[in-house]
Design a protein. Sequence first.
Length: 286
Amino acid sequence: MMNSKPANSTSPERGGALRIWRPSHLESLELHLGTSFQHSFPRHWHDDYFLSAITAGAGHFWYRGSDHLAATGTLVWVAPGEVHTHYDNAGGHSFRAISIPSSMVAELAAEVTQRADSLAGVPCSMLANAGLLRVFLQLHQALDGCGNRLERESLLLSFFAELIPQATREYFPTPALRRENLAVRRAQEFLDEYYDREVSLKDLASLANLSPHHFHGVFCRQAGIPPHTYQIQLRIKRATKLLRNRWPIAHVAAATGFADQSHFTRHFKRLVGITPTQYLGTGRTF
C-alpha cells in the first residue's frame, strides 16, 4: 500500500518547511524533506546513519574542528555518534535526507562488498558526485510514495553500491582516532540508562573516579559536547520515540525529565528543527 503524502510543517519565525515521515515497506528508515529551510542545529549526533542531499541553497557543516561548505549538489554522509553542527547561508537551503539504522547499513554493505565492516572508519563525508546524487534522489522520491516495494529495495541497494566506493575514498581528513576513554564511556552508559533523572556533575565524576573539573574536560574532549548537552539530546531522542507512539506532549515532557512542556518544546525545536506539535502533525507513516 502506498503511503499518503504528509503535510508540510512550517517554521514561520525562521521560514521554509520541514517534513519528517517513515515510508511504507521500509519503516525503519526516516525521511526528511526541507524546502528553503532555515535552522541552525547545535552540536548533536545521530543514532543512525544520516544522509542529506542539498538540492538548493547552501549550508555550513562543522565537524571535528573544521567548517565545510555544503553547496547545492553535495551529499553529506554522517556516521552514528559523530558530533557535528549545521547552519545555513542566508536564504536557507532545500534538501532530501534519509536516516538509516546501522544494522541495515551493515547488511547493505555486506551485500555489496561481502564485508560487513567496509564502512568502518568512515565517520563523515561530503560527496559531490552527480551520478551518486542522482541515484540518491531517485531513491528518496521512490520512498516518497511513488515507488513499489521492489523498486524501493532495488534503488536502496543500487545507491549503496554507488556510495561505498565514494565514501571510503573521500572522507574528511581527521586526526587519528583516540582510544575510547573508559571513564567517559562509564558516565555515558549511566546517562543512557538514567537520562530522565537529575544528575550532578559530582555524581558523574565519581563514576569515572575523576574530579568534577577533570571529568568535565575529559568528557567534552571525548564526546564533543558537555555532559548536560549529552543528557538533553538523549531525552529528545527518547521523546521522538514516544511521540511516534502518539503520547500527549505534556506526558512526553514529564516522562523524559523536562521541567515542563515549554522547556521540552524549546529544546525539541532547537534539536529537531520543528516543534513537537508540528512533529505530531506531519502525517508520517510509522
